[in-house]
Design a protein around this ligand. Structure first.
Ligand code: ZN
Length: 291
């Protein structure tokens, strides 16, 4: 099942994507929460209702809706650093002994097809990172690796957009990973049963039609289940938490010469059995001093 958050007729709600249409759960099952975190927190019963609606609920053409980030306000948005052997090689860092995580502030969550800002007044060192992301489905703590699949609602795609100079100013990387709009995700959550093995998915990233990243999630060093086990050892994971699981080789900063994103560049990230997200990079508007 593909769970989406969409805006239609000025209202934002959730639905189930079927082909090129979306079943509007707010009309198919009006008692269900209309926001993804609350829906996931409602558990197996809510999922069963959504599955039933998938077959015969009222549908809207995807071309008539705006797809939003499937989880618009995750309590946690974490990224795994240096988690593909080929990416470690291109960066020249050592292979980590333990999974490495950093925070992306949840305010950077962004719709999958919306324009992404190149920061104003900064050197143009903005880069893409195509990644498979885990979306947590159940409140959990100290989840053993062999039970991690039980707490994962599904998988989505994240562009872990990175401002490379700010990223390197501090070991936490937080400020380089958290610029507004730098967390495009979607286009939906594909539930674990439909994805099957999350560690055998082709992952490709193009910039203006040029293939830059061409890998497979089987090359992760710490897989999705390792990551859930590690994080949940430390903190309670909540429905809707998003974990971007790391990027393979082919990022712009590792190219020779280095390639950073310019206004008008289009990044497309495709992951097998999930779909694709695509966004244009534009100059940050000048109207954001006070909101
Ligand atoms: Zn990343």
């Amino acid at each position: 099942m593909k769970l989406a958050t969409f805006t239609h007729a000025r209202s934002t709600r959730i639905g189930v994507v079927v082909g090129d249409e979306v079943v509007d759960l707010s009309t198919a099952a009006p008692h269900l929460p209309t926001e993804m975190k609350a829906f996931l927190a409602a558990g197996a019963d809510a999922l069963a209702v959504a599955r039933a609606a998938e077959a015969d609920g009222p549908r809207i053409a995807l071309s008539d809706v705006e797809l939003e980030a499937p989880v618009r306000n995750p309590q946690k948005f974490l990224g795994a650093g240096l988690n593909y052997a080929d990416h470690i090689e291109e960066t020249g860092f050592e292979r980590p002994k333990y999974p490495t995580f950093f925070n992306k502030q949840s305010s950077c969550v962004h719709a999958p097809f919306a324009p992404v800002w190149l920061p104003r007044d900064e050197r143009r060192l903005t880069d893409y990172e195509g990644e498979l992301a885990v979306v947590i489905g159940r409140r959990c703590r100290r989840v053993p690796k062999d039970r991690a699949a039980e707490v994962i609602a599904g998988y989505t795609i994240v562009d872990d957009v990175s401002q490379r100079d700010w990223q390197r100013r501090a070991v936490t990387m937080t400020l380089g990973k958290s610029w507004d709009t730098h967390g495009p995700m979607g286009p939906w959550i594909v539930t674990g049963d439909e994805v099957g093995d999350p560690h055998d998915l082709d992952l490709k990233t193009w910039v203006n039609g040029e293939l830059r990243q061409d890998s497979n999630t089987k090359h992760m060093i710490f897989d999705c289940f390792d990551q859930v086990a590690t994080l949940s050892t430390v903190c309670t994971l909540e429905p809707g938490d998003v974990i971007a699981t790391g990027t393979p080789s082919g990022v712009g900063v590792a190219m020779e010469p280095k390639q950073f994103l310019q206004p008008g560049d289009r990044v497309r990230i495709e992951i097998a059995r999930i779909g694709a997200i695509e966004h244009e990079f534009v100059d940050e508007p000048e109207t954001t001093t006070l909101i």
